[in-house]
Write a protein that binds this ligand. Structure first.
Ligand SMILES: [Zn+2]
Length: 186
């Protein structure tokens, strides 16, 4: 059973990302952003997403990593293909996941959002374990941060259209939203 104490999930693996800072208003946590990521693109299970978020990615490890040189990004959590959850940034702090972004006319979504990365690509179906874990995380987050209503759960592609495409058409919003409703009731 997932729990949340002092802005951290338990029992969940904790890895401290240096790519984070204070929110302008630590009480304003009112948006959940779902992402998809894989490194290298389309390959799952390697150490590279973790390394990227921890600031220790070897950009020579793969030809496609050259563009990641110097990139300082993070997310609050990563959900791996098997449903394992890793947290990198406390929820009351600002993770650097959204980039240039805007939701309902308000810019800089990192200021007031929580970012959850699913290991995957825009075109590979996400796993059942990932939907389950994401729904569990969502339930706990909504309990602690009630401003994150169901209408304020979006994809990266929704807050950075034209620039970002994740979590992509492979992400089944209908299945996820059905799970949230079910999880909230039980
Ligand atoms: Zn993203």
């Amino acid at each position: 059973m997932l729990n949340l104490q002092a802005h951290r999930l338990t029992p969940v693996t904790w890895q401290c990302s240096p790519h984070a800072d204070e929110r302008p208003d630590s009480h304003d946590i009112s948006l959940l952003v779902v992402h998809g990521i894989s490194l290298p693109e389309g390959e799952f299970g390697g150490p590279y997403i973790n390394d990227l978020f921890l600031g220790c990615l070897d950009c020579n490890a793969h030809p496609n990593f050259a563009i990641l040189e110097g990139l300082r990004v993070s997310a609050h959590c990563l959900i791996r293909r098997d449903g394992e959850i890793i947290q990198y940034v406390d929820f009351n702090r600002r993770a650097w996941h959204a980039g240039v972004s805007s939701w309902q006319g308000r810019e800089r979504c990192n200021d007031y959002s929580i970012g959850i990365e699913l290991e995957g690509t825009d075109s590979t179906p996400y796993t059942k374990q990932q939907y389950q874990a994401l729904a569990e995380v969502t339930r706990v987050l909504q309990q602690h941060y009630p401003a994150i209503t169901n209408e304020r759960i979006v994809g990266h592609e929704d807050i950075a259209p034209g620039r970002k495409t994740d979590p992509g058409p492979a992400f089944d919003w209908q299945q996820y939203r059905a799970l949230i409703t079910k999880t909230a009731r039980t």
